[in-house]
Design a binder for this molecule. Structure first.
Ligand code: RAM
Length: 335
């Protein structure tokens, strides 16, 4: 089932772009490139911000952008969209992959027909794409999540992870680094009791939160490295007797989390700017399709207002470190 095509940019991003007067055509980028974004799911506010950032960059480079995608983050739900984009002869598919391997044959087919493939937010296996635009170094995101929850729960007690889907490449990579960080002696008194999956579905994440609290009466914290999961967990806890007793942290958008920070449910959480992530992905895509880069390590390109970026190992480009949001700074952010 196909959803309507989305265009546009966030008020903040639009204002920044207009204010900066970024209208000049970027050097070496062809005009009229057809670049389509496939988010993990079309109705996730995080993905909407990222896609809008991508569309804003495509407007700058005088390309033709659109967003298509499924309404659930299931492993194979992006396949029909990839197939349609192949028949539509797009120049680039920019995709936040719902599975590391399931999409690879379809993306390989696209590449064999001259379509460039860029993953962003959530990667495929490297053979499924030419470039991966990563929000931040996965190891630091994972370790940072444990460092943050440890601080918030006083370094001891039971905690659970509320993840996205069991197949999500980004969450699974972060969780691997979280588990590695936990091996350090300073976390000896912390116990990860369960990894639950809310599938980046608000209602399922809400129910999973309730289940965790019932199954683990001594639970001291829930870490949700997904903007859908953390918002649902905070909503559940904000109106339960666990408010103020069970820590909720993870990765979320300031706009979705603001009310829970203000009402004391959440003390701190992290994220990067999803709009900037999408924006960077479009510049990587356009440069790839224009032949100014091939995706090999050491290739560099100009990414509009983000400046020069260089491709690292295995075709990975990194946006930058995440921000930690709390009551003191959250009102400085509007996304
Ligand atoms: C959700 C998605 C996305 C992830 C963010 C933090 O919106 O799972 O892939 O990067 O959370």
């Amino acid at each position: 089932m196909f959803k309507p095509v989305r265009h546009g940019c966030t008020a903040l991003l639009c204002a920044m772009l207009l204010g900066a007067g970024v209208a000049a055509h970027a050097a070496g980028i062809k005009e009229g490139l057809k670049i389509t974004f496939i988010p993990k799911q079309i109705n996730n506010p995080y993905e909407v911000i990222a896609d809008n950032g991508g569309m804003a960059a495509i407007t700058e480079i005088k390309g033709v952008g659109k967003v298509v995608g499924p309404s659930d983050a299931g492993a194979s739900s992006q396949v029909p969209y990839i197939n349609t984009l192949i028949t539509q002869h797009q120049d680039v598919i920019v995709i936040a992959a719902n599975d590391a391997n399931a999409l690879v044959p379809y993306l390989k087919k696209a590449m064999s027909q001259g379509i460039k493939v860029v993953t962003f937010d959530s990667d495929t296996a490297p053979e499924g794409r030419q470039i991966f635009v990563n929000q931040a170094d996965a190891e630091s995101i994972g370790r940072g999540q444990i460092q943050l929850v440890s601080k918030l729960m006083g370094g001891e007690g039971e905690f659970a992870i509320l993840s996205a889907t069991p197949n999500a490449t980004n969450q699974n990579t972060w969780i691997k680094w979280m588990q590695d960080e936990l091996k350090k002696p300073e976390y000896a008194k912390m116990k990860l009791v369960k990894i639950a999956y809310g599938n980046d579905d608000d209602q399922k994440s809400f129910v999973e939160t309730q289940g965790l609290l019932q199954a683990y009466p001594n639970l001291k914290a829930i870490v949700a490295p997904t903007s859908v999961g953390i918002a649902a967990a905070a909503r559940y806890i904000s109106s339960s007797s666990s408010k103020g007793k069970v820590v909720v942290t993870g990765l979320g958008t300031p706009n979705q989390m603001r009310a829970f920070v203000k009402d004391g449910t959440v003390q701190a959480f992290q994220l990067w700017d999803p709009g900037a992530l999408g924006y960077l992905a479009s510049y990587a895509a356009a440069n790839l399709a224009s032949g100014t880069i091939t995706g090999k390590e050491g290739d560099s390109f100009e990414a509009g207002k983000l400046g020069k970026r260089t491709i690292g190992k295995q075709g990975e480009v990194i946006l930058g470190p995440p921000t930690t949001f709390d009551a003191k700074n959250i009102d400085n952010f509007n996304f």
